[in-house]
Ligand binder design. Structure first.
Ligand code: ADP
Ligand code: GN1
Ligand code: MG
Length: 374
C-alpha cells in the first residue's frame, strides 16, 4: 500500500465531510491491515466530537462506491432491527457521516476515497484476546450479527472482493506465486510451501460441502477478527460489529473459523517465537458457546458439525494468504518489518498443526453445545 497516497489527501479529507464546528486534530488509529484509520476531532459549541476517518484501500476494494452502497444497505437494515429491539442504533452499528456534497464518501484531488463514521466512545477492541469472557462476548456479537442479517436481501450486495474465502482459488493463486517467484523468496521458505501443499485437501473441503448443498450460503461478515467488535467499557458486553467491508454471502463456519484462528491463539498473529503459539481450548470453548447462542438456533446440524473444520480451513487459508503476499513482495497486507508476512504465515501453520493434535477435543466441545441450540 502506497502510504504517500494517503498522506497527500489527508488534509483535504479532514475537511471533506458534513461535520459542523472547527477542525481540531487528526491522529492515526487502530491496527487494521487494510485501510488507514484516523481519529478525527472537531470542536462544536465548546465540546469535542470524535469521528473515525478512513482512507479506503482502492487497490484491494476496487469499487469503493459499490462498497459504500453495501455498507449503507447493511447498516440501514441493522439500524431498524436494533431500534425494534429497543437498542441504540448510533452505538450498536456503524453510523456513517456523509461527505460535504452529500455523497457517502469523499474523493480527494488524487482520486483516493475516504469515509467517516461517528466515533463510538467508551469501548475497546480486542487486538489480542486476554480472557474467555471477552471472547465469549465477541462470539455473541458475531453470532448475533449473522442472525440479524438472516433476512437481509443477499442479492442486493456487491461482491466487494471476488472469491474472498474461496480457499481453492486462494490455493491456485498461491501456486502461481510460487511458480513466478518474482522476489526470489521461494527457496528460503520451502518448508512453509510444503506445509501448504501437504494440506491441500483443506482447500476444497468447505466449498465442496456447500456445492453438495450440505451447508448453506448466508449473509456473513467474513472478517471476524476480535478487533472488529467493539466491547462496551461500562458493561463488558459486545456492543458493535465493525469493519463491514466484506459483508457478503458466505459460510457461517468461516466466520466462526476466522475468529478462532485470531482470537483463540495463545499469542499474537505475528509472534516470532512459535513455542508460544497454540490454540487455547478454553478460549475455543468460550467462542463455541457464544457463537451458537448468538446465532440463536439458526445453524443447521451440518454447520455446527463443520465448525472445527471452519477453524482449521480459515487458519490454513489465512496462512496461505500471508505466505502468498510474502512471495509477491508484501503488497496486500500492511507490514511493519521485513518478513512480517512470513512470521504471520508461520503462526497460522503452527495453529493448524496444533488443531490437528487437538482435533478430537475440538469436536467434543462442539458436540457438548450442539444440543443447547435446538
Ligand atoms: P481495518 O479494515 O483496517 O481493519 P477497521 O474498520 O477495523 O479497519 O478499524 C480499525 C480500528 O479502528 C478498529 O479495530 C477499532 O479499534 C477502531 N474503530 C473503527 N471504527 C470505529 C468506530 N466507529 N468507533 C470507535 N472505534 C472504531
Ligand atoms: C485483514 O482489515 P483487517 O485487518 O480486519 C484481512 C482479513 C485477514 C486479516 C488477517 C479485507 O483484516 O481477511 O484475515 O487481515 N481483510 C481483508 O489479520 O483482506
Ligand atoms: Mg478491522
Amino acid at each position: 500500500m502506497d502510504t504517500q497516497k494517503t498522506t497527500n489527501g489527508l488534509p483535504q479529507a479532514c475537511h471533506g465531510f458534513a461535520i459542523e464546528g472547527t477542525y481540531k486534530d487528526c491522529i492515526s488509529y487502530g491496527n487494521g491491515h487494510i485501510n488507514d484509520t484516523y481519529l478525527l476531532t472537531y470542536e462544536q459549541n465548546d465540546q469535542e466530537h470524535a469521528y473515525i476517518l478512513q482512507h479506503m484501500n482502492k487497490t484491494i476494494f476496487t469499487d469503493p462506491e459499490a462498497l459504500m452502497e453495501n455498507i449503507i444497505g447493511v447498516t440501514g437494515f441493522l439500524k431498524e432491527k436494533i431500534k425494534a429491539a429497543g437498542g441504540n442504533p448510533r452505538r450498536e452499528t456503524l453510523d456513517f457521516v456523509p461527505a460535504a456534497d452529500g455523497k457517502p464518501y469523499y474523493k480527494d484531488d488524487f482520486g483516493e476515497y475516504w469515509r467517516a463514521y461517528h466515533y463510538i466512545d467508551h469501548v475497546y477492541a480486542l487486538d489480542q484476546v486476554k480472557n474467555p469472557e471477552d471472547f465469549y462476548q465477541s462470539a455473541l456479537s458475531f453470532g448475533h450479527f449473522q442472525q440479524m442479517l438472516a433476512d437481509f436481501p443477499a442479492d442486493t450486495l456487491h461482491e466487494t472482493i471476488p472469491d474472498f474465502h474461496n480457499t481453492a482459488v486462494r490455493f491456485k493463486t498461491f501456486e502461481k506465486a510460487v511458480t513466478e517467484d518474482i522476489c526470489g523468496r521461494a527457496a528460503g521458505v520451502m518448508k512453509e510451501i510444503q506445509f501448504v501443499r501437504q494440506h491441500s485437501d483443506l482447500a476444497c473441503v468447505l466449498g465442496d460441502l456447500q456445492k453438495q448443498g450440505k451447508i448453506p450460503l448466508r449473509v456473513t461478515h467474513n472478517d471476524t477478527k476480535s478487533n472488529n467488535v467493539l466491547i462496551d467499557e461500562a458493561t463488558g458486553k459486545g456492543l458493535c460489529v465493525i469493519d463491514l467491508d466484506t459483508v457478503m454471502p458466505g459460510l457461517s463456519v468461516n466466520d466462526f473459523g476466522d475468529s478462532i484462528r485470531f482470537g483463540a491463539s495463545t499469542a499474537a498473529e505475528d509472534e516470532k517465537d512459535l513455542s508460544r503459539v497454540s490454540c487455547s481450548m478454553e478460549l475455543y470453548e468460550a467462542y463455541v458457546k457464544g457463537f451458537l447462542k448468538g446465532c440463536g438456533g439458526r445453524l443447521t446440524d451440518n454447520e455446527i458439525a463443520a465448525l472445527p473444520l471452519g477453524a482449521k480451513v480459515m487458519t490454513y487459508e489465512c496462512g496461505m494468504r500471508f505466505l502468498t503476499d510474502y512471495l509477491c513482495g508484501d503488497t496486500y497486507f500492511k507490514i511493519h518489518r521485513s518478513e512480517h508476512n512470513l512470521d504471520r504465515a508461520r503462526t497460522q501453520f503452527k495453529l493448524v498443526s496444533d488443531m490437528e493434535n487437538k482435533w478430537e477435543e475440538m469436536q467434543t466441545i462442539v458436540k457438548k453445545y450442539m444440543t443447547d441450540t435446538h
